[in-house]
Ligand binder design. Sequence first.
Ligand SMILES: C[S@@+](CC[C@H](N)C(=O)[O-])C[C@H]1O[C@@H](n2cnc3c(N)ncnc32)[C@H](O)[C@@H]1O
Length: 228
Amino acid sequence: MRAQAIATEISEDDYLREVRHQHFWKTLEHFVRKASFSFPRNRQCLILDVACGDAEEAVVLNCFFGSGIYCIPTLEAKVYGVEQSEKKVRMARANLDRYCPASFAAPFNLVSNCELVQGDARELSQMGSLPEKVDFILVRHPHIREDRDKRDTNWQRIFSECLQKLDPNGLFMITSFIEMENELILSTLSGLPARVLINELNPHAIPLIHNDPIAGDKWVTLVKRIQR
Ligand SMILES: C[S@@+](CC[C@H](N)C(=O)[O-])C[C@H]1O[C@@H](n2cnc3c(N)ncnc32)[C@H](O)[C@@H]1O
């Protein structure tokens, strides 16, 4: 009886979003721990979700870096989503509100814990609403493409800005759908003050279609900033 009730209460979209959230949570658990990320003590953990699209993962980031309790939004972490497309920012707002409706989010002050900034991530350092340094930066599925000089200059500039925003103890994570994109990410990082700690296939990747070589968060790259 209960299973039937649940089936009627949750739409297919919400169910699939929940599955994707769980995959992403497991991805964070696996890689953030493996990279020995040191969670800040006695202050809020600051996270930047760069080129966040519809920011589906923002709530997961907030829970993981705050309470460490799945699906419990927390004041202990704050997520800033940066996205250039106005349409995507609108979708992100709707997503946050849909996944964490105001009635649920209000007691946790969630609105101010996931803040969206519309703008060009090549200019992160000029965005006054962002903190000076952050503890964790995510670039998820950048859709990086090779350009004429073998590097995607949009993403090279974005990665460079991300490294400048990163606290010296912070961690920068980039994920990609396919191996070729992962290779382009590595070549784009070369020449920047970045040390690749981990570059691996993700055991918790989200299969898009059964046996498809493309999967969400298939490759995960974790980077530290080199002090110069
Ligand atoms: C493939 S989507 C990934 C979205 C999201 N991270 C995800 O995994 O679903 C790539 C996003 O990067 C954004 N983007 C590309 N260049 C950007 C820039 N210079 N500044 C801000 N956002 C940018 C695009 O608008 C798009 O939403």
